[in-house]
Design a protein around this ligand. Structure first.
Ligand code: SAM
Length: 225
């Protein structure tokens, strides 16, 4: 069996996903994450779900082709409602942040303390805020880049020890403390451009955070904002 080459976002999600007996891939679509978690020995069994039956069919076909169907339960439905048993960790990747936020808020009672690996295409700060509201701590986070877009991927577990500041919710508490790499520098440059034309105290605050972060990352290598 040959696994196809995965992008940095999916590889990061796989790296952050805890070793589990039973995991969930919510909004699985093609099923590449499920395939990698099973074949790399990170999960013994998976719940692989999607709100769209036709999307889920792609994952079913992939598991069938790779002889993995016996280790996977499939569910069609909204978020955690389609996961038929308690899982130790769940990934929700590749959706809009508002979708993920609403899913977590409305279905918080279904999480049962499972670890969460999350990556939203947009609105990641509101995903982080929702995790905080649910008492989840962001244990790890990495920033990935594809086609000029930036995708943070995080691992969160229950047990928040201290509320996050607005700056931590905006940039990610772990990313703010991590030595900067080129992806993070490009991300800051993009955010500086995005926020350049915004007006008002909140926009000025965000530009101040960018200046502070830029000063910090300068220490790891010189570049122009
Ligand atoms: C762009 S694909 C992402 C696939 C894969 N998770 C990834 O990140 O590469 C988004 C998938 O999420 C599914 N989806 C959207 N909202 C959902 C929800 N509320 N519950 C479950 N699946 C959902 C869509 O049908 C689609 O297949």
């Amino acid at each position: 069996m040959r696994e196809r080459q995965l992008d940095a976002r999916l590889e990061t999600a796989i790296r952050l996903f805890p070793r589990v007996r039973t995991g969930a891939d919510i909004g699985a679509d093609h099923g590449y994450l499920t395939l990698a978690l099973l074949t790399r020995g990170i999960a013994d069994r998976m719940w692989t779900t999607d709100i769209s039956a036709s999307s889920l069919q792609k994952a079913k076909n992939l598991m069938e082709k790779n002889g993995l169907s016996a280790r996977v339960r499939f569910g069609v439905g909204d978020g955690f409602k389609a996961v038929g048993e308690q899982v130790e960790a769940a990934a929700v990747l590749g959706m809009g942040g508002v979708n993920i936020k609403n899913m977590l808020l409305e279905q918080g009672h279904l999480l049962c303390g499972c670890a969460l690996v999350l990556s939203a295409n947009t609105e990641m700060p509101s995903v982080r805020r929702t995790l905080m509201d649910l008492g989840y701590q962001i244990e790890d986070e990495a920033l990935t880049e594809a086609g000029g877009h930036f995708y943070p991927v995080l691992l969160a577990k229950p047990g928040l020890t201290q509320a996050y500041s607005e700056k931590e919710l905006t940039f990610g508490p772990v990313l703010l403390r991590r030595p900067a790499d080129d992806v993070y520098r490009r991300y800051l440059q993009k955010k500086a451009r995005d926020w350049e034309s915004e007006r008002g105290p909140a926009a000025e605050m965000k530009r101040q955070w960018i200046r502070e972060e830029w000063e910090r990352v300068q220490a790891d290598g010189r570049a122009d904002l």
